[in-house]
Write a protein that binds this ligand. Structure first.
Ligand SMILES: Nc1ncnc2c1ncn2[C@@H]1O[C@H](COP(=O)(O)OP(=O)(O)OP(=O)(O)O)[C@@H](O)[C@H]1O
Ligand SMILES: [Mg+2]
Length: 407
């Protein structure tokens, strides 16, 4: 096992912290060799509310993964929730400098730098620049201009900015857990690498990740991220409604939801066979799956209506041609797809990573971080980053800004 091929991805979620260790094969495949998870009580709605508890949760996940791979993990890529993030479209223009007018990495680097000229509020920082397309002497739609001939190089890019304090809290938790940060990647961009096909992303697709505390909605078209929105609602809210409705503890309600809950109560059994203990009631009593689902249905319906509204905004009122793809733990809820099919006028499916040990939609982000590096970064980007392609140089830059941010 060569350490240079080993990459770690850290997803700090509201319900769980997950650390995945992947071995990147030179043939382009990924082996998942380590998985560590730990409950995440220091997070609420995708935001760190308790630094110490989050550091502890990261430590626990790291130790578990380390035991599995039999080596120490000293650095990781980290998923970034879209809550504190803004997307800005900007253009950059430069003249090609070489005498032979061949576009080189340096020109791409300069034109991307040119997009950074923005009036940003003092509490925000650029965390990533994603080139959407390059334009060479007026010809648009170019994905990688290096090696082409031209006089004028333009780029149409998506600038991702983040709230400095939220980023500092995130990075502080990771560094306090004695992990070096290799880079920050938007959760949705990472998940997309695992759960969306490149055809879907080209055509126009919406990724909807429903976690415990957040629902991230990302719209992809022409191969790249176009828009991102985060609703501060998720599975915890369903559980809360259930726990209030049945007058039972949150943990009991969580179990009932997972074992017996349906998004559509019409799909659930009406026989009263499930024993529950309500607060303030001495004797346990029996309820049906249908009773449970009566509390779940309105909350899920409300959530999906909000998702539909966001999708409408993002796609300009047209349904995404390649449909809506659900992931995140809540996508496992029985009947969710059936309910969504009735509400969205496009195809709906659930997707999850297809690797042994992490075959659950709850692992999409963490596995996606590894896939992203496999596809867009050098195999040994962790230790020896080399500026070769657009994305690789982008990584190094992101790292550099990041280091600046930490100073
Ligand atoms: N089989 C299931 N049926 C219904 N809900 C489920 C099921 N399995 C998991 N969940 C719910 O999924 C949620 C956890 O999902 P996930 O692990 O994707 O969240 P997270 O990444 O920790 O949180 P977030 O992304 O919001 O920060 C919890 O609310 C949990 O109850
Ligand atoms: Mg999540």
């Amino acid at each position: 096992m060569r350490k240079g091929n080993i990459v770690a991805g850290l997803d700090i979620g509201t319900s769980q912290v997950r650390l995945i260790v992947g071995e990147l094969d030179p043939d382009g495949s990924v082996n998942i060799i380590g998985v560590g998870t730990s409950p995440s009580p220091g997070m609420k709605k995708g935001v760190i509310v308790d630094l110490d508890q989050t550091v502890e949760a990261i430590n626990r996940a790291v130790s578990e993964a380390e035991r599995m791979v039999g080596m120490s993990i000293d650095s990781t890529y980290v998923g970034l929730v879209g809550t504190q993030v803004n997307l800005i479209n900007n253009r950059g223009v430069v003249a090609v400098t070489a005498e032979d007018k061949e576009i080189r990495d340096e020109d791409v680097e300069r034109v991307l730098q040119a997009t950074k000229v923005l009036a940003l509020p003092s509490d925000r920082e650029i965390i990533d620049i994603m080139p959407r397309e390059f334009v060479v002497d007026g010809y648009d739609g170019i994905k990688d201009p290096v090696g082409m001939l031209g006089v004028r190089l333009e780029v149409d890019a998506l600038i991702i900015t983040g709230a400095i304090t939220a980023l500092r809290n995130l990075t502080r938790c990771v560094t306090r857990a004695e992990l070096e940060i290799d880079g920050l990647i938007l959760n949705a961009v990472a998940s997309a690498e695992v759960i969306l096909s490149s055809d879907e992303r080209e055509l126009g697709v919406c990724l909807v990740d429903i976690g415990a505390g957040t629902t991230e909605i990302a719209f992809f078209r022409q191969g790249t991220l176009q828009d991102l929105s985060v609703l501060p609602i998720g599975g915890d809210h369903i559980t809360n409604d259930l726990s209030v409705g049945l007058r039972t503890t949150f943990d009991n309600a969580e179990e009932l939801k997972i074992e017996h809950g349906y998004a559509l109560s019409s799909m659930a059994f009406t026989e009263k066979k499930i024993q529950i203990k309500s607060i303030g009631r001495k004797e346990p009593h029996f309820i049906s799956e249908n009773d449970i689902s009566q509390f779940i249905e309105p909350r899920v319906q409300e959530l999906l209506q909000l998702v539909a509204k966001e999708i409408d905004k993002m796609s300009g009122g047209e349904s995404p041609p390649a449909g809506v793809v659900f992931t995140g733990g809540v996508s496992l809820l029985n009947g969710l797809v059936e309910m969504a099919e009735g509400m969205f006028s496009t195809s709906v499916r659930i997707s999850q990573p297809d690797y042994i040990g992490v075959q659950s939609p709850a692992y999409s982000t963490a596995v996606g971080l590894i896939r992203y590096i496999q596809r867009h970064g050098a195999v040994n980007v962790q230790k020896k980053p080399k500026a070769r392609g657009v994305f690789q140089s982008l990584w190094i830059r992101v790292r550099n800004w990041f280091v600046e941010l930490l100073d």
